[in-house]
Write a protein that binds this ligand. Structure first.
Ligand code: FMN
Ligand code: FE2
Ligand code: FE2
Length: 399
């Protein structure tokens, strides 16, 4: 437990040994599950809880911050279990507790705590709650990063509780940004957290930032990582989020061609298709990328940042080989929908590879161009001419 001001306490749990979060994130710097207590003259509120794995420790931290008082309210900014995991236990400890949250989060909570009789106080965008000489204001911030997310603001202390926004998986003994001992690691984790959690939702990040614009903010209390203070890292985090979510100005179209090849046949097709693309878009950024040579994460990023893309695959044992699937495992499914895509490849006899990849693109709701372009074994001059035409037709279709 750490006192942030006379009335605001941090009751976060440090988890320095965590190495994977939510299946998809590496957490080389561990994490923290932050929770806060605001003690008003009339009532006390707890803002978010903690991961259920740490329920016993969290209970101790909370009791220390409450100083014998029973909290009147639990504010639920977001229902992901790393923050909502101790709610059932809190309701047992304080049966008179009222849960303050929005309607989307309330629906999730009923399915998390599995109770229909939850003591809920549902707030709308712009609502407020008095704690006596302290007030909490609420604004909805959907898709940052779940549909349920909301911001809570304490105007008397110009303190923002933005849930996962501005957070990161980073763990040091100190709670405040002024105590960060490894700033480069902190900055790496802030960016990585943004990319994994908010990267798919840049438009919602911009909307969320706009909702903060008229709040004077001295202190940000996120749900993971250090508390940010004005004059140390608060301004940098705000401007980083604005920059990372800003739409990128683009000149040349980005049309990467990803492929694998055992004997160069699929590569020959890729080269011819590329020439066809360049006949329509002479300035296109259309790199030929052999997935066996390239860094998988960098390829995933290129895929997700493309304007259109092509996948070339041989058929190996009746399927496409693993590098193609590894690439598609990195697809940002939220944003790849409607992205123009085409598939091609050389095969020997059965030729299932391109069709299987096309099915995956269909699952991702990409705008598939024509049927996959397949050639048996070594492409002839006529096959290469046809591949060039395929590339030109694909490019013409997205012009
Ligand atoms: C280990 C291995 C397994 C293969 N299995 C299949 C197969 O199941 N079906 C098929 O149509 N071709 C199969 N092939 C043939 C390749 O798809 C064919 O040689 C193709 O031209 C390779 O293209 P690439 O040079 O771009 O790798 C196989 C080739 C290898 C080396
Ligand atoms: Fe979350
Ligand atoms: Fe979280």
């Amino acid at each position: 437990m750490k006192r942030l001001s006379e009335r605001v306490f941090s009751t976060g749990i440090l988890n320095p040994n965590l190495r994977v979060f939510d299946v998809i994130m590496r957490t080389e710097f561990g994490t923290s599950y932050n929770s806060y207590v605001v003690r008003g003259s009339e009532a006390t509120a707890v803002i978010d809880s903690a991961h259920p794995r740490f329920a016993a420790l969290y209970a101790e931290e909370l009791e220390a911050a409450l100083g014998g008082a029973a909290p009147a309210y639990l504010i639920v900014n977001h229902t992901e279990p790393d923050h909502s995991g101790c709610i059932a236990q809190m309701l047992e400890r304080w049966p008179a507790l009222t849960i303050v949250t929005n309607s989307v989060a309330a629906k999730n909570l009923r399915n998390i705590v599995n109770r229909d009789d939850l003591p809920l106080h549902i707030v709308q965008d712009g609502a407020s709650l008095s704690l006596g000489d302290r007030t909490l204001l609420f604004r909805l911030a959907p898709f940052l990063h779940w549909p349920d997310t909301m911001f809570t603001y304490l105007p008397e202390e110009q303190t923002l509780f933005p849930c996962d926004v501005f957070g990161c998986h980073y763990c040091e003994p100190g709670v405040l940004d002024t105590h960060i001992a490894y700033p480069a690691d902190y900055e790496t984790s802030l960016r990585y957290y943004y990319d994994c959690i908010f990267g798919p939702f840049p438009g919602f990040v911009q909307k969320g930032l706009a909702k903060l614009a008229d709040w004077e903010i001295q202190r940000i209390c996120p749900s993971h990582g250090p508390v940010l203070t004005k004059g140390c890292r608060l301004e940098a985090a705000l401007s980083a989020y604005a920059a990372w979510s800003a739409p990128e100005p683009r000149n040349a179209k980005r049309i990467p061609l990803f492929y694998c090849t055992a004997y160069g046949n699929t590569r020959r097709l890729a080269q011819a298709i590329r020439n066809g693309i360049l006949s329509i878009f002479p300035d296109a950024d259309a790199p030929l990328l052999d997935l066996s040579d390239e860094d998988p994460d960098a390829m995933g990023q290129r895929l997700n940042e493309s304007d259109a893309f092509l996948l070339g695959t041989p058929t190996i044992n009746r399927d496409a080989p693993p590098p193609l699937w590894n690439l598609l495992a990195r697809a940002d499914a939220v944003n790849l929908a409607k992205r123009p895509a085409a598939v091609f490849g050389s095969f020997g006899w059965s030729g299932e590879g391109p069709g299987h990849i096309a099915l995956r693109l269909q699952m991702l709701k990409c705008a598939a161009f024509a049927e996959p372009h397949r050639v048996c074994l070594v492409p002839s001059a006529a096959d290469l001419e046809a591949a060039r035409d395929f590339g030109a037709a694909f490019a013409a279709a997205i012009k």
